[in-house]
Design a protein around this ligand. Structure first.
Ligand code: HEC
Length: 175
């Protein structure tokens, strides 16, 4: 839960730009104006909505795809795949900005597009296999996110980690 807090903030920013401006200006207004004179509505804090519920919507889109595959309903499969694909283009999606995260996002989108393509062609067996690829993309990306976070934590608590690396590099060339 604690880890999530960090992400609610950017989520809130995306959710409402007006809010951001309000938050950004608030400290100044407070300093210069008496509090009584400014019964301004409180800027809404980053809501617990946002990233978590956004991310959970992938489950809804996924079950659309699964239902579509079960019922051989190409339109439903396509709708779910397009939802997933669209989600991965929204700014809030980019929780991480490293190359690997981006790569996972691209693969995820490609795989989702392939599911839709196969379903539209009436090839539901193929679409089902492609769906596995999408599912693996889900897991791979989450795995990456977890590892990346763990690595960041370690870096934060062990400032010498980089030094160790450079030392081992130094010890490589023999004299
Ligand atoms: C490119 C990366 C990526 C891909 C692909 C991806 N996710 Fe996620 N997912 C995330 C990130 C980042 C979070 C937020 C993790 C956090 O902040 O703790 C998340 C969170 C979630 C959560 C938890 C939300 C919560 O309650 O906190 C669910 C459920 C989820 N994803 C489902 C899926 C499903 C289903 C798929 C595939 C159809 C998928 N994800 C694909 C990156 C990804």
């Amino acid at each position: 839960m604690q880890a999530l807090n960090k992400w609610w903030i950017p989520a809130g920013l995306v959710a409402s730009l007006a809010c951001v401006v309000a938050v950004a200006q608030k400290p100044d207004t407070r300093k210069t104006e008496p509090v009584a004179e400014t019964p301004v509505e409180k800027p809404k804090a980053a809501k617990p909505y946002s990233l978590e519920s956004f991310m959970r919507k992938k489950l809804d889109a996924s079950s659309k795809i699964l239902e579509g595959l079960c019922q051989e309903d190409a339109a439903l499969v396509k709708a779910g795949a397009e939802e997933l694909s669209a989600m991965s283009r929204v700014e809030i999606w980019n929780v991480m900005l490293d190359a690997e995260y981006r790569q996972h996002s691209i693969e995820f989108r490609d795989n989702a597009a392939r599911v839709a393509e196969a379903a539209e062609a009436g090839q539901f067996d193929k679409a089902a296999l492609r769906w596995f690829d999408v599912t693996m993309s889900c897991l791979d990306c989450h795995d990456h996110v977890r590892k990346e976070r763990a690595a960041r934590k370690t870096e934060a608590s062990e400032p010498d980690a980089n030094e160790e690396k450079s030392q081992s590099e130094k010890s490589k060339p023999d004299k």
